[in-house]
Design a protein around this ligand. Sequence first.
Ligand SMILES: N[C@@H](CCC(=O)N[C@@H](CS)C(=O)NCC(=O)O)C(=O)O
Length: 209
Amino acid sequence: MPRLFHSPNSRSSRVIAQLMQMGHLSDVEVVLVDVPRQDGGGRRDPDNPHPEGKVPFLITDDGQEVRESAAIMMYLDELFGQPLSPKLGSVERGAYLSWMTYYGGVLEPVLVSSVAGFEHPAFASTFRSMNEIGAALERGLGDKPFLLGEGLSVADILMASAFQWAPHFMPDSAVIKAWLNRVGAATDSTALQVYEAAAMKQLGAVEPA
Ligand SMILES: N[C@@H](CCC(=O)N[C@@H](CS)C(=O)NCC(=O)O)C(=O)O
């Protein structure tokens, strides 16, 4: 069974959301680990094998290490028969790969720099800004309910997670807000919250006094 290193209410929560959506949460061993939190709480967990102590982190059945949310989400989707992504050779495949790499290559750095209030010409010329991200999402969505068409995909779960984490940086766009609402409605946020609350409690219980 693959082992997923997860810390509740963190970037690994979207992997839990994906596994729930696919109905395969019980097919992965979820190992709860602590991480340092923005509020000064938490700690680097010695039980987390990620070389920098981050989550999510996946160890496959063959002992291979997979890092980065997008890679882990694509790996797990493929492992369980691609219920949440277009198959190889299908027309949406290019858009799917684009969104999955756009997340880590552009959205995450731009969002974090916005949250940090960091500005630099070299940064802006490399990644652009939240304005371009808003435009890319509006253009990508067009009239479609989800990024790749009629159905929810891991691209929606990953891209939307950024704005679920930082709602105040959500582009001021009716199209994007409606999409985020659709992603929320298509996923079971209550089940995730219940899972995360229990995980938080469990994690607290294993922390040293
Ligand atoms: N780009 C990475 C980011 C991973 C990341 O920064 N995770 C945070 C959790 S929200 C973490 O583990 N922080 C702990 C630390 O920085 O030590 C991904 O999406 O997988």
